[in-house]
Design a protein around this ligand. Structure first.
Ligand code: ZN
Length: 146
């Protein structure tokens, strides 16, 4: 399904007249699990499996190449929350080891799972907005199709 977009157009010497894509809007839509182009269709069909295309605007999601970046970003984000908190608690309070493990491990596990899908959606939105991989409808010559 192909629909006409009302998004503003930009022109570049390399690609000609193309649809302008806002990076932050696309990342926010992806973070919410929605299509980066229209913001309405679902981006995921399973926890980390993207749908083949948007049910509303028909955008093909298969060219994304998120790979390990979402997991890496989740590790960075959760690590920057958990490690300072653990260091602060352990230096200022004397807590039994079992309480420490009972608090830190479940929090780390749940926070990682909660962030993984939104971060992957944001990465897919970023790739779409920057026309990375197969998201460029007018790729320069010499780049093989995905
Ligand atoms: Zn869409």
């Amino acid at each position: 399904m192909v629909t006409m977009s009302t998004a503003p157009k930009i022109w570049t010497r390399e690609s000609g007249l193309v649809e302008k894509r806002d990076v932050w809007t696309a990342m926010k839509r992806g973070f919410r699990g929605r299509c980066p182009r229209c913001g309405e269709g679902k981006l995921f069909r399973a926890f980390l499996k993207t749908a083949d295309n948007c049910a509303k605007c028909g955008l093909d999601f298969t060219p994304h190449r998120a790979d390990d970046l979402p997991a890496y970003l989740v590790i960075v984000i959760v690590g920057h929350i958990v490690v300072p908190a653990v260091l602060w608690i352990e230096t200022n309070y004397t807590t039994p080891v079992w309480i420490s493990f009972a608090a830190y491990l479940p929090f780390t596990f749940v926070a990682s799972l909660a962030l993984l899908q939104p971060v992957k959606g944001a990465v897919v939105g970023l790739q779409w907005a920057l026309r990375m991989h197969g998201f460029d409808e007018n790729p320069p010559d010499g780049i093989p199709p995905v």
